[in-house]
Design a protein around this ligand. Structure first.
Ligand code: HEM
Length: 281
C-alpha cells in the first residue's frame, strides 16, 4: 500500500485533468485567502509601519550585508528548525507537522500532475513520501492536539472542545488521516469511496478557510522572525528594556531602587515563567 500511488487508482473514476484543476483551485484559494487576510486585518500595512517606527528608534545602523545574513539566519534557524519554540516537545511536534505537510503537499502535486495518466507508473519512493508525509503530519499534529496545546495542558480545556482558532489544526489532521485511511482501504468499495469524499472535503476546508484560520502563519511568521532579529540588531528592541545584569553598578546607578529593595548584590532569580510547568487548573 505504502508504495502505490492512490491517485492512479482514483483516475479510473475522476479524470486526471479534474484532479489537476482541483489542485490549481486549492493553490489559488490559498493565495486569495492570504491576500484577503492581509487586506482585511491590514497586517502588511501594520508590519511596514511598525518596521518604519522601529527604524526611527534604532540606536545603530544595520548594513545591507547584516540584513542579508539575518535573512539567511532566519531561514536556517526559525524557518527550517522551528527555533522560536522554547518548549522542546512543541518544537519537535511542529517539525513533524511542518515537514510532514510539505512532503505530503509536494508529493500530492507531483503524483497528480506526473502520474495519473493511464501509462504512467509513479516511482515507489514518491508514493512512499506521500504516505510518510501524511503519517508525520498525523504524528506531530495529534501529539500537539492531545498533549501539548496550552489550553488543554494548562487550562483544563477538553481535547474535544473545538473553537474557531482550531480550524487549521483540525482540518490539517482530518485531511492527513482520511488520506491515509482512503489509501489503506483501496479497492474496498463504498467505505473507500466515503473516505475519499471525506479526504476531499477536509482538504477543501483547509485550503478554502485561509482567511479565517491560522494557515497563513507559515508565510507571516518568517517575516516577523526576521523583523525581530532586525530590532535586536539595531537595538530598537520594540521599545522593550534590555537584558540587564542587576549586579552591574552602572545598572544600579541608572535604577537606584534596585539596591534599595534588593541589596547591592541581588541574586539572579531567572525567568519566572520557566520556574515551573503550568498546571493550575
Ligand atoms: C509549512 C508548514 C507549516 C505547518 C503545517 C505548520 C503548522 C503549525 C501548527 C499546526 C501550529 C499550531 C497552531 C495552533 O495553535 O492551532 C503552528 C504554530 C506555529 N508555527 Fe507553524 N507551521 C508551518 C510553518 C511554519 C513556519 C515556516 C514558521 C516560522 C518561521 C512557523 C512558526 C510557528 C509558530 C511560531 C507557531 C506558534 C504560534 C502560536 O502559538 O501562536 N510555522 N504551526
Amino acid at each position: 500500500m505504502i508504495t502505490s500511488n492512490p491517485f492512479a487508482e482514483l483516475s479510473a473514476i475522476i479524470p486526471s485533468f479534474a484532479m489537476q484543476a482541483y489542485v490549481v483551485a486549492m493553490f489559488l484559494l490559498v493565495i486569495g485567502g492570504t491576500v484577503l487576510d492581509m487586506i482585511h486585518k491590514k497586517s502588511a500595512q501594520y508590519f511596514f509601519e511598525n518596521a518604519k517606527k522601529a527604524e526611527k528608534e534604532a540606536k545603530r545602523t544595520v548594513s545591507g550585508g547584516d540584513k542579508a545574513s539575518m535573512m539567511v539566519a532566519t531561514v536556517t534557524s526559525e524557518v527550517l528548525t522551528s527555533s522560536e519554540f522554547q518548549n522542546p516537545r512543541r518544537r519537535l511536534s511542529h517539525l513533524f507537522t511542518m515537514y510532514g505537510f510539505i512532503a505530503f503537499v509536494a508529493s500530492t502535486v507531483w503524483l497528480i500532475f506526473g502520474y495519473t495518466s493511464a501509462d504512467a507508473v509513479a516511482p515507489s519512493w514518491l508514493a512512499t513520501t506521500w504516505h510518510l508525509g501524511a503519517a508525520s503530519l498525523c504524528f506531530g499534529g495529534y501529539w500537539f492536539w492531545f498533549f501539548i496545546r496550552v489550553d488543554v495542558v494548562s487550562e483544563g480545556v477538553k481535547w474535544h472542545d473545538l473553537r474557531k482558532a482550531d480550524m487549521f489544526i483540525v482540518s490539517l489532521l482530518l485531511m492527513a488521516t482520511f488520506a491515509l485511511l482512503w489509501s489503506a482501504t483501496m479497492g474496498g468499495g463504498t467505505l473507500n469511496m466515503l473516505l475519499c469524499i471525506l479526504f476531499i472535503l477536509s482538504s477543501t476546508f483547509l485550503f478554502s478557510t485561509v482567511m479565517w484560520s491560522k494557515f497563513a502563519h507559515m508565510f507571516f511568521k518568517p517575516a516577523a522572525a526576521y523583523q525581530k532579529r532586525v530590532t535586536r540588531a539595531d537595538e530598537s528592541r520594540e521599545n522593550l528594556p534590555g537584558d540587564f545584569d542587576l549586579t552591574d553598578p552602572a545598572v544600579q546607578k541608572r535604577f537606584p531602587d534596585i539596591p534599595e529593595y534588593m541589596g547591592k548584590n541581588p541574586s539572579y532569580m531567572g525567568h519566572g515563567i520557566r520556574r515551573e510547568r503550568p498546571h493550575h487548573y
